[in-house]
Design a protein around this ligand. Structure first.
Ligand code: NAD
Length: 238
């Protein structure tokens, strides 16, 4: 069904969970993943986004994320990020919970006060010896970048394929308690995020999908086949 504000039926008791993917940052100039034929900036996922790839060639992986981190300096939040930040400001974090699969920092820079970065963040690195040793990091990592707490080697603070995303218990709790679920700019092929829609649906939530590739997304109550940066500023979601 196309967007219908009446059928969306947002009330003072409603609670929304929003899931964003790489498509939300596409209009800022960051390449998505599936749209480039399954390669990530010309690299095979196995080489740059798996623990095995890191063991095989740590320098390649570190340099790959150095480049992704450096890219952030040249991009800015687009109207999609800004609309979602304004919506969260209006509703508050309790009633508008934002989950992103993106590892860029554009939701944060747009002003979203709560962002659960379930696949990690480019601007953080962590200790190989103690996963709780996570530090903010802006520059260029090398093999000599050591943990400030225990001097061990560090790795990008990114969830690679085969690893468990962050804060899954909190995510499941929010999905079970939401009345409205929106997923934007994600191809819904990477699990567990691809399954969030069905969890929210089984909790009785209304489901809205925003994606310019309407043919490639699974069914939803509402589907808006437009770019996120064009659709979101024009929508009255709450
Ligand atoms: P994906 O690349 O698999 O899918 C992108 C989706 O966005 C597609 O369905 C496409 O139709 C849609 N899209 C393209 N332009 C859009 C626009 N302007 N507005 C709305 N939608 C648009 O992305 P994914 O599902 O997020 O999964 C890829 C994985 O790769 C993620 O887990 C993520 O960690 C990683 N990744 C992150 C970034 C980033 O941080 N910006 C970029 C590339 C990949």
């Amino acid at each position: 069904m196309n967007w219908n504000e009446q059928e969306w039926h947002w009330t003072n008791e409603s609670r929304m969970v929003i899931l964003t993917g790489a498509g939300v940052s596409a209009e800022s100039g960051i390449a998505t993943f599936r749209d480039s034929g399954g390669l990530w900036e010309n690299h095979r996922v196995q080489d740059v986004a798996t623990p095995e790839g890191f063991i095989q060639d740590p320098n390649l992986v570190i340099e790959f994320y150095n480049q992704r981190r450096a890219e952030l300096a040249g991009v800015n939040p687009n109207p999609a990020h800004l609309s979602l930040a304004a919506l969260q400001k209006k509703l508050g974090e309790e009633r508008c919970f934002l989950i992103t699969q993106n590892i860029d920092d554009l939701h944060q820079r747009a002003g979203s006060s709560q962002v659960l970065a379930m696949h990690g963040e480019l601007k953080k690195i962590r200790c190989l010896n103690n996963k709780n040793h996570v530090i903010d990091f802006e520059g260029k990592q090398t093999r000599d970048t050591l943990c400030p707490e225990c001097s061990s080697l560090m790795r990008p603070h990114i969830v690679w394929f085969g690893e468990t995303p962050f804060e899954m218990d909190l995510i499941f709790e929010r999905l079970r308690n939401c009345t409205h679920f929106i997923y934007i700019g994600t191809s819904s092929v990477v699990y567990p995020a691809a399954g969030f829609r069905d969890i929210a649906r089984s909790s009785g939530a209304k489901i809205l999908c925003i994606n310019p590739d309407g043919s490639g997304v699974p069914s939803s109550d509402f589907l808006i086949v437009e770019k996120a940066g064009e659709a979101l500023p024009a929508l009255k979601l709450a």
